[in-house]
Design a protein around this ligand. Structure first.
Ligand code: AHR
Length: 654
């Protein structure tokens, strides 16, 4: 079929427009001898909190949901949580929550299973289908553990099996014999066969064919973890995080921070009560303070510790006033720093050693609270500041700064100032930016005019919010890339920055936030276009920001850095327009530029996003770039983020 006249005219218009762009290139001038800023060594990192099943059902590798029956933390939740009875319909059998045999103060509840109708033809037991399924992989070792207790002489045996969700196939099974007496911890290995096909359509079953009564609690199932850590992290997600080359981890929140009493998140799991969280589901706190620190250790990140700035655990919206009422919170923060950094002669350093990590951690950055809007924050910050600086003078203290939010809550607020911190000068201010792509492009110069004599800036949460979610579109990624260009160009001031939220379980009902960096279900995970923009930028960072012309064309955003050890120049360009844009790159002051460099491009349809079904729809493409020199032309595709890697010789040291 012949094209219509209007289609021909449109495509001619597009061709001539792109020819105009190609014919009159914008000019990006770079002076390789002029360093406008040193890139902060901690510039890009991660921010994490329990939201969207980031930990339980996310990076924390535990596969069972409601393992300690802490669904009871939420009054409206079904108290039995994810546990179901099987084989009980033949009469006499049943399952109930029981608080008359507490395992510990933290875990008072157990499951009582009355298997009166159990027989060789009728197994009776309980099932748990995990967080929207349990991932089964071939030739994989799963560690199952539980606390068990039997009535009278009942010894089971209990059969522990990993099965298809409808029970039609068994992937792995083992038997456990119960002993009489008090609670005892049992542990077993479930090994899948080489032939097992990967699936999340699976459940754990603990059952018996002998009549009797038994109790279970703290039932846990772990796949292999990153670095084989017991109680560790999910491997595919850690691999994706490692590829971001993060320099720090901000934890434990976010809004979640004020719900966490860190002293209840350390030690054996049987001493961790779990907690309700602001995002509407209970959290096991298996991901506790030591696990956060070990996560930092595993990815060579510095911890950025958020401490509770005075919110009572009972009602995390209620904050105590500065003065005597706040002192216990200040002491908790001091103890928390000691737990990370103290040696075995200190109370909390010794506790850390008992918990399995004798070596102290490096902890320099501590943030007081999160998104503080109450004017009384100033006095609370001062009280924390004085106590922490007196005991740990090297600590860098971060205050909660301004919040800009045009992305997630556009009708509610455009810009809101946080409480001003006036009484003390914080080492850094944590500013948060959730924006539309349009606002992110308009705000690329946000930090250009900040007073360099004031506190450093930590952009502890930022994201461009575009598209239906749960992970961003390419359009959002372009907003993010432009925003990162603005932060990188100002990285003498913006010492640290982190996208938020980092993780999202994409199952229906699992997430609460619209745009999140990395998506997953029980079996698979994927990076969003924003994730890939960050991988690209973080792996081509450099240590010096070079002088370069800025605002060279509308919808074109640029930043140029240099790696002083190698002489490599990184040119980052976002073309947010619907047209390819031709740019003449002119480099003064560099030793000869090699004729071949490299180009890495992220581009595509701005509305497109990645997903479990199409995890690599939008990914960066890398190729050699021929013809690079001290003055060469390059065309940046429409809707693209690009890194050019140019090789020059190392600068002479004077
Ligand atoms: O990142 C999601 C939430 O946004 C954080 O919990 C909070 O700090 C911010 O309002």
């Amino acid at each position: 079929m012949l094209p219509t006249l209007s289609a021909v005219c449109l495509s001619l218009a597009a061709i001539s427009a792109s020819l105009i762009h190609a014919a009159t290139p914008s000019v990006l001038r770079i002076d390789a001898n002029v360093i406008v800023a040193r890139v902060s060594p901690l510039h890009a990192g991660l921010m994490t909190e329990e939201i969207n099943h980031s930990f339980d059902g996310g990076v924390y590798a535990e596969l069972l949901r409601d393992r300690a029956l802490n669904g009871t933390l939420l009054p409206r939740a079904n108290a039995l949580g994810s546990w179901m009875l099987i084989g009980g319909t033949n009469g006499g059998s049943g399952m109930a929550l029981d608080v008359s045999h507490p395992l510990s103060r933290a875990i008072p509840t157990s499951l009582r299973i009355d298997a009166a109708s159990a027989s060789l033809l009728n197994r009776v037991g309980v099932t748990n289908a995990g967080f929207w399924g349990i991932p089964v992989h071939p030739h994989t070792r799963y560690r199952v553990s539980f606390y068990g207790k039997a009535a009278g002489e009942f010894a089971g045996p209990l059969t522990v099996s990993l099965e298809r969700a409808d029970g039609s196939a068994t992937f792995a099974r083992t038997e456990v014999i119960l002993s009489a007496g008090p609670w005892k911890e049992y542990e077993a290995i479930l090994m899948t066969s080489d032939e097992a096909c990967p699936t999340a359509d699976a459940r754990l079953v603990i059952s018996t064919q002998q009549p009797g009564t038994f109790w279970l609690t703290l039932v846990s199932l772990f796949p292999p973890t990153w670095n084989d850590r017991p109680n560790g992290n999910r491997v595919d997600l850690m691999k994706k995080l490692a590829a971001l080359r993060p320099k720090f981890l901000r934890f434990p929140g976010g809004g979640y921070l004020n719900y966490v009493d860190w002293k209840k998140t350390i030690g054996p799991l049987s001493d961790r009560p779990g907690v309700s969280n602001p995002w509407g589901y209970p959290s096991s706190q298996g991901m506790g303070y030591l696990e956060f620190l070990e996560w930092c250790e595993d990815l060579a990140m510095e911890p950025v510790l958020g401490v509770n700035a005075g919110y009572s655990g009972e009602d995390p919206r209620e904050v105590v006033e500065a003065g005597p009422a706040l002192q216990s919170f200040v002491q908790d923060a001091l103890d928390q720093i000691e737990y990370a950094t103290g040696d075995a002669s200190t109370t909390w350093g010794a506790q850390r050693a008992r918990d399995g990590h004798p070596a102290p951690f490096k902890l320099t950055y501590v943030e007081i609270g999160n998104e503080e809007t109450d004017p009384a924050y100033d006095a609370r910050f001062a009280q924390f500041y004085d106590a922490i600086k007196a005991r740990y003078p090297g600590t860098q203290l971060i205050a909660a700064g301004q919040i800009k939010d045009t992305g997630s809550r556009p009708s509610e607020m455009d810009y809101r100032k946080s409480a001003q911190v006036k009484s003390r000068v914080p080492d850094a201010l944590d500013e948060h930016f959730y924006q539309t792509a349009k606002d992110a492009f308009a705000a690329v110069g946000q930090f250009d005019d900040y007073d360099r004599r004031g506190p450093k800036i930590f952009v502890g949460e930022w994201a461009t919010m575009e598209g239906p979610g749960p992970t961003p579109t390419l359009q959002a990624a372009l907003g993010d890339a432009a925003w990162m260009i603005g932060m990188e160009h100002n990285s003498d001031l913006v010492i640290m920055q982190a996208y938020a939220p980092l993780l999202v379980n994409v199952n229906k009902g699992a997430f609460q936030w619209r745009t999140n960096l990395i998506g997953y279900d029980a079996l698979n995970s994927y990076g969003s276009p924003s994730y890939y923009a960050q991988v690209m930028f973080n792996t081509h960072r450099g240590d010096e920001v070079l002088a370069s012309s800025r605002h060279i064309a509308p919808d074109l955003f640029t930043s140029v850095t240099h790696e002083s050890k190698t002489g490599t120049i990184y040119v980052k360009v976002v073309n947010a327009s619907a047209m390819p844009q031709s740019v003449k790159i002119v480099i003064a002051g560099a030793a000869m530029i090699e004729r071949q460099g490299k180009v890495i491009v992220l581009s595509g349809n701005p509305e497109d996003a990645n997903s479990i079904q199409e995890p690599t729809k939008i990914v960066p493409v890398e190729r050699p770039l021929r013809g690079t020199s001290a003055a060469f032309e390059h065309t940046f595709p429409q809707y693209s983020a690009t890194v050019l890697e140019l090789y020059s010789q190392k600068r002479e040291q004077h």
